[in-house]
Design a protein around this ligand. Sequence first.
Ligand code: HEM
Length: 469
Amino acid sequence: MLLQIPASRRGSAPPVVFHILPVIGSSIEFGRNPTRFLIKYREKYGDVFTFVILGQKLTAVLGPKGNKFVMGMKSEIFNAEDAYGKFTAPVFGKDVAFDVPNEVFKEQKRFLSFGLSHSNFRTYVGIIDEEVTSYLNTLLTAKEVAQGDNWKSFDAYSVLSTLNILASSRTLHGKEVRESIRSGSKVVSYYDELDGSLGPLTDHAQKQLSAFYLDIIQRRKERYKKMKDALTDPEEDSDLISALMKQSYRDGTPLQDHVIAHLMIALLMAGRHTIYLAVNQPVAEDLYAEQVKYFSSPNGILRPLVYDDIRTLPLMNAVIKETLRLQPPIHSVSRMVRQDTPVPADCGVLPKGQIIIPKGHVVTASQGVSQLDKQLWDDAEKWNPYRWLQGGDHHNAGKLESTDLGAYQPFGGGGHRCIGEQYAIMQLTIMVSCFIRAFEMRIDSEPKRKQFTTVTLPSNSNIYYRRRS
Ligand code: HEM
């Protein structure tokens, strides 16, 4: 306890959130709701302060400028693999993402971006539409035929989680993955297990998924070889597994099979952040009116979704933006501090002068905090998609100045900015459009969520629906 007093008054070190037990620190209070914790202590200590979680010192640098400072810093100084590697390696597997130096991960992201191009997206729209529509028509409605005044409900998390895997598997992962899901394999439940806390279940699920992808790669290699021996052109699969099988690092080393397998797991896990949806009835009906306005055809049937049209749906975009503002699936980003680093004066100073974040701290920026900041957003806690329609992107009822652009960062920023943003928005737009076209929907209470150290997952989020007549 005594040590905390000089630490907070030393002039250069950030103030420390008061705690009694040195190792436990603020773990319990932070664990209950990280965003609320950061908002509470920001009020007390300002934008820059340190707190202790399980013996690790974390320094928060909050606000739009803090987001830019942390997300924009060079990886030699604020390092992501040191901060995330031990958590992501058991989930994704070895030798990918934060288990390799940033330079290698950058190359891996370049390989993955082959599947995330706008020209691919044009094809993906029809495929995802077909997957979601057929799921809604068969699985959901076969189980519970909701018509007339009978409202039925489904659990948004489990339904969207399945749809997310179906859509990603058909577009990015290829036909073997899609087929195995169709035939009832346990792939979906393994991905669900990877979403939980680290432990024996994670280990088992990671090994099973890794073996599953390795088997696909092996069978493809055999098939391609047979075709080559028969002097026919090997059949081209137009998915990411086949694209990755052709890639080599700059030094000429081809991607090893386990790296391809683990990248596929990493991609699907990263893409699962897409599964967050908020619906309330008046907005759902406005969304339906938007579908009618943009997609009506002379015979009264809504025409199929196409990429260029879904990108310009104003209310749909606003609903997605607002949902990601209020409940960003990744509410904070963290980096390990590799050398003592001064905080720019516009992010925060102490009465005694400049703040220095010491080497060994984990530095944290929180879009979850800046996106709820009452100084920056009117009615900050209210889910109001219409705020985005008043002044266009990043302007909300006149409160956000251009200098505050760093306030809205659901996809992060700087060198680690999300590579799946456009894909995620496309997938969400199609899923929501398909639901809205098929059903009237409402929710009775705010969906529940559980926040973990950096991510938020929905839980018990029941959506009521009935078929449109
Ligand atoms: C609504 C959905 C999504 C949200 C809100 C989201 C958000 C984010 C954020 C905030 C980061 C930065 C993390 C950091 O700086 O520490 C990130 C990184 C990343 N995202 Fe997403 N993401 C989403 C969907 C996706 C999808 C669909 C994919 C792939 C298809 C994807 C792939 C990645 C990858 C590979 C990274 C790591 C980039 C790096 O560290 O260099 N994400 N995402």
